[in-house]
Design a protein around this ligand. Structure first.
Ligand code: PLP
Length: 411
């Protein structure tokens, strides 16, 4: 008889997160962790102070299940102020335990088993298990790496390939812009192409916009909800994690039309009841920070981006220059490693630098085997330590060159 003391069929269809595993390996080997995307610098003092004050004021019991009033109002107000689209805090905003829960709650709220969900590939690895757990059948559409010298041009999709992935079974498409792992920022024209397909096939856009404020070189983030006819069919997902360097607080949210919000709230209620109450109060303070905060955030990341690109370039990694978010995808074909997983293990164990194997962002077998993702949401000294370690390497079957030490340079 087959034992029943095992995980469910659903739970055996996906593996542990490779990204989180790389963080554990990094800790075990004392490596510089450029794998999981969390900052190693402090969060803004005013937000931390607001959390302390909320706990001291005894805001320590359950918040309203769909989110503290002040936070929902701040989320609605800011979206309207920045993007000119009216959002009703009472009918359209649901606060969740991070945008991770927001995505899961959204998928479970709108997808029936067998429904298809279009996903651009490479994708943030959570979307795979999200699809399996909600019963969705994912339809992958390639985001193609820029051709020619790796550093030039944005990642792109073929509108014909995208159109062919929509059918009358398509329930939704997931759009992550600015994008993890590619750094792509979807242009208005690209979003219009996607929006036209959503309207044609009566599909929902689920937009993960968690890197909204981290865009470079004069680019602007465009929420797909603001494209004609999309406000009524878009679930926008965002959170405190990346914008305010608060990944451990677990506060995220959805903005969606009232009918979809009602479904999301039911799923959210029974998944988690609610996000941490005092941290939601502090979240309302975060959303009230002045525009200068966001400008500095983006400028700081741009500087770190350029530093990491320079370091990786010195070590012969061929890099795709990100337009947004805080990751660099590299092409490691030139290193003649067996594959990305072996190379990532080698780097973390022998060199002391953790990165994420590219294949963890693909479901299509064999894809991503020649890429690694490095993050740069780290202090300059952390990035410089990574540089020193990469330079220390010599010999073996992979060949990293040593580079001038950047430690003394003023960045
Ligand atoms: N969405 C994307 C695209 C991410 O890259 C991440 C984290 O790396 C998340 C969601 C998770 O966000 P949160 O901390 O709000 O759950």
């Amino acid at each position: 008889m087959v034992s029943k003391l095992t995980g469910s069929k659903r739970a055996t269809q996906f593996t542990e997160s490779v990204i989180r595993e790389m963080t554990r390996l990094s800790q075990r080997h004392g490596a510089v962790n450029l794998s999981q995307g969390f900052p190693d610098f402090p969060a803004p003092a005013a937000i931390k102070e607001a959390a302390r004050a909320a706990i001291a004021a005894d805001l320590n019991q359950y918040a309203v299940t769909w989110g503290a009033q002040r936070l929902r109002e701040a989320i609605a107000r800011e979206f309207t102020r920045r993007h000119g689209l009216r959002v009703d805090a009472d009918a359209q905003v649901t606060v969740c335990c991070g945008s991770t829960e927001a995505m899961m709650a959204a998928m479970m709220a709108i997808v029936d088993p067998g429904d298809e969900v279009v996903v651009f590939e490479p994708f943030y690895e959570n979307y795979g298990p999200d699809a399996i757990l909600s019963g969705a059948t994912p339809r992958f559409v390639a985001l193609h790496a820029p051709a020619g010298p790796a550093a030039s041009g944005p990642w792109w999709f073929d509108p014909g390939e995208l159109a062919a992935s929509f059918t009358d079974r398509t329930r939704a498409i997931i759009i992550n812009t600015p994008n993890n792992p590619t750094g792509k920022v979807f242009s208005r024209a690209e979003l219009e192409t996607i929006a036209a397909l959503c309207r044609k096939w009566d599909a929902i856009a689920i937009a993960d916009e968690i890197y909204e404020h981290i865009v470079y070189d004069g680019r602007r983030h465009v929420p797909i909800a603001t494209i004609d006819g999309m406000a009524d069919r878009t679930i926008t997902i965002n959170g405190l994690s990346k914008t305010y360097s608060l990944t451990g607080w677990r506060v995220g949210w959805t903005i969606a039309p009232p009918a979809l919000t009602a479904a999301i709230r039911k799923v959210h209620d029974f998944l988690t009841v609610g996000a941490p109450a005092p941290l939601q109060e502090a979240g309302a303070v975060a959303l009230g920070l002045p525009d200068a905060y966001y400008a500095e955030l983006a400028a700081g990341y741009r500087r770190r981006r350029d530093l990491l690109l320079e370091i990786l370039g010195h070590h012969r990694f061929s890099c795709h220059v990100p337009e947004g978010a805080y990751y660099v995808m590299t092409d490691i074909a030139g290193f003649h490693a067996a594959d990305d997983v072996e190379f990532a293990r080698y780097l973390v164990q022998e060199i002391g630098v953790a990165a994420v194997p590219g294949s963890s962002f693909y479901r299509t077998s064999g894809e991503g085997r020649t890429s690694l993702r490095f993050c740069f949401c780290k202090r300059d000294e952390t990035l410089r330590e990574a540089d020193r370690r990469l330079a220390r390497h010599s010999g073996r079957d992979v060949c990293l060159c040593s580079v001038p030490d950047l430690a003394e340079r003023d960045t």
